[in-house]
Design a protein around this ligand. Structure first.
Ligand SMILES: Nc1ncnc2c1ncn2[C@@H]1O[C@H](COP(=O)(O)OP(=O)(O)OP(=O)(O)O)[C@@H](O)[C@H]1O
Length: 642
């Protein structure tokens, strides 16, 4: 008897070690930078109701979990292969202890029979292992590929949805948060679909199958083996609840530290200029300290929980060993049966432990998926397409009694009963103090925002009735601080037209914008990569590339936000000439600061308190010495208007 148990002991140790990693690998993923939010997932957002993804939601619903699972629907075939693989590999796991039990029992037979039985069992086990191994390959590869496809499709859907959102949406939500949606949230959801759900199903099958085998081997011993599970179940639920709360705090604090880091890294030049490196390092340190402290609490709780599970299951095994040993001594069961029983006990214990962590994983995925679904479902109030496309644009722009406040600051009216008519083919210079709403006009003509009252028309058509993409295609904007993409200069200029425009056309546009010479002087010429937002170019160079981009677009309506402000006198003259050609027979609005620019305009409109306060030619307005325009020229703009 002692000899027999002596054989079981090392086997138990090996099995226990083998079972342990499964317990430990089902850890919670705390490295997500998001909030633990949830809501009814498949309720579509009303059109135009911008989503503020920072708002935490209250409850995870069954429909959310269902929708996560439905994400894998297009991968049904792969999931089925994975499922079949799962069944077979689980079956092979469950059949192993029987073989091992037989192996042990065969050692008690007379030598010849023992050898024969040993061979048979070894062949049986080898077969089980080979089939199990093949099934694992099928299961893991099918589920992994399905998971990656789900992630790819979800990311594409999410990005498409983001690109379609209203401009106001981007005023409301931080870039870092949105990138988190695309990266971390999608990863959590696809991981849950693959690892959590599959390992959950496997654990469930193993637990049920294991208990069945236990009952089959000895119902009395099963009661002993499972005696610790009610206590473990209660512990797992309490632990799950506590960790869930901490998890929310943990991801919140991580999101805050990430947002902090993102902002500081993207503004590193300012940090450097003000010599605030030390201050920012300390600031970041404080942010991650919160995260660390919550992480430590979670870690201690996890340690306590796993230690409890480990000790309880080991004591259950000890109880089985003790009671089972007595049954063996009494001849009620064989040593082989006891071996099989111990193995099943360990499987069942590991499976239950694994299942206890799946709940947490599902909750995490639900939180992440809620935010993804919210974005995917959200419909912008200004669609990208749909509406009238005029055959011809004459170019008359009219603002009629326009009221406008930014959606994020509804209480501040930027335009208040604003009226302005820009006749076709004329150049209107809009001037006014800082923050009076000059640049806002550009956003409104481009229909980045919808106005709150009145109308904006182009050739008599309310822009709300025009196809937004068509409309924007007819408008060219050269802004004060042009932004370029991290691509070659050639691709940046081409962005104004299309991939089908020739290199020669790009070069022509660059010549007109006085950009060609500086471009060919660069070592890589038109193939020069400009860096993030065009960081490797000077302000004037960036602007000339942006002008070339707009020249190539050849828009009918031009809006220049003091486009020549960062060019030297010579470049300005050349670019101005190019713009003169471009502006010919077009309607142009110039948001102007320089007197030279203003003087060239047919009409000068002075903005003040959300309205046009004065309008007329430069000469006419100057005649009124006490007028707003004269004051602006004399006082505020004196330094600039040279
Ligand atoms: N996205 C936005 N969300 C909320 N408020 C905004 C937004 N953009 C601008 N504003 C506010 O609208 C007002 C008008 O801004 P706008 O940029 O049109 O002024 P501006 O006349 O072009 O100023 P400047 O000459 O200084 O460039 C300002 O008070 C500004 O704070």
């Amino acid at each position: 008897m002692i000899r027999q148990l002596g054989r079981i002991d090392p086997l138990f140790n090996v099995l226990n070690k083998a079972a342990r990693p499964r317990v430990l690998t089902t850890r919670l993923h705390f490295n997500q930078t998001k909030r633990f939010a949830s809501t009814t997932a498949n309720q579509e957002k009303p059109e135009g109701e911008n989503v503020d993804i920072k708002k935490p939601k209250e409850k995870v619903t069954f429909s959310t979990l269902k929708r996560i699972i439905m994400l894998s629907r297009p991968e049904l075939k792969l999931m089925m292969i994975g499922l079949v693989g799962l069944f077979i590999s689980t079956a092979s796991t469950l059949l192993t202890p029987i073989g091992v039990g037989q192996l042990v029992d065969s050692l008690n037979l007379p030598p010849e029979e023992s050898m024969q039985a040993l061979k048979q069992t070894a062949i049986y086990l080898a077969g089980v292992f080979v089939v199990g191994g093949v099934a694992v390959i099928a299961r893991v590869s099918a589920v992994q590929i399905a998971g990656m496809r789900v992630a790819r499709r979800t990311r594409q859907q999410l990005f498409n949805s983001l690109v379609r959102q209203d401009t106001a949406f981007f005023d409301q939500n931080k870039t870092g948060e949105l990138i988190n949606r695309l990266s971390n949230d999608v990863t959590v959801v696809s991981d849950t679909l693959t690892s959590a759900i599959v390992s959950g199903t496997r654990s469930l099958l193993e637990a049920i199958g294991g208990v069945c085998f236990l009952m089959f081997l000895s119902s009395k011993l099963t009661v002993t083996a499972l005696s610790v599970f009610p206590a473990l179940g209660v512990g797992a639920v309490l632990y799950g609840r506590y960790v869930r709360k901490l998890y929310k705090q943990h991801v919140d604090s991580l999101a805050a530290s990430n947002a902090f880091a993102q902002e500081k890294i993207s503004s590193m030049r300012i940090v450097r200029q003000f010599a605030k490196e030390e201050q920012e390092m300390t600031g970041y340190g404080k942010k991650i300290q919160d995260n660390y402290e919550i992480g430590v609490k979670v870690g201690i709780m996890r340690a306590a929980f796993y230690s409890g599970v480990f000790t309880a299951t080991n004591f259950a095994v000890l109880a089985v060993l003790y009671t089972g040993g007595m049954y063996v001594a009494a001849g009620a069961i064989t040593v082989g049966n006891l071996t099989s029983f111990l193995m099943y006990s360990i499987y069942v214990g590991a499976s239950f432990t694994n299942l206890s962590t799946i709940y947490g994983d599902l909750m995490k995925a639900a939180g992440s998926s809620e935010r993804i679904f919210e974005l995917i479902d959200s419909k912008p109030s200004i669609p990208l397409t749909g509406g009238i496309k005029l055959d011809n644009i004459i170019g008359r722009i009219e603002f009629n009694n326009v009221d406008f406040a930014y959606p994020t600051r509804k209480e501040v009216l930027i335009l208040n009963n604003f009226n302005l008519v820009v006749e076709p083919g004329t150049v209107v210079a809009v001037v006014g103090g800082s923050g009076t709403g000059k640049s806002t006009l550009i956003s409104l003509i481009d229909r980045f925002y919808d106005i709150d009252g009145g109308s904006i028309t182009i050739d008599g058509h309310d822009i709300k009735t025009l196809d937004p993409t068509w409309l924007r295609d007819k408008i060219g904007v050269v802004s004060q601080e042009p932004s370029l993409f991290d691509q070659t200069i050639m691709d940046n200029i081409r962005y104004g037209s299309g991939v089908d425009c020739t290199e020669e056309e790009v070069i022509q546009a660059s010549r007109k914008a006085n950009a060609h010479q500086f471009i060919v002087d660069l070592p890589d010429g038109y193939q020069t990569l400009v860096g993030e937002r065009g960081i490797t170019l000077s302000g004037g160079q960036k602007q000339r590339v942006a002008i070339a981009r707009t020249i190539l677009k050849d828009p009918k309506l031009l809006i220049l936000d003091e486009a020549t402000s960062s060019l030297d006198a010579n470049s300005e003259h050349l670019v101005q000439e190019a713009l003169d050609v471009l502006m010919k027979d077009k309607t142009v609005i110039v948001i102007a600061h320089r007197l030279s620019t203003i003087k060239r305009a047919d009409v000068v409109a002075v903005m003040h308190e959300g309205k046009i306060a004065e309008i007329g030619s430069h000469e006419t307005l100057r005649k009124n010495e006490n007028g707003l325009y004269s004051k602006l020229v004399n006082r505020q703009l004196m330094d600039v208007l040279k």
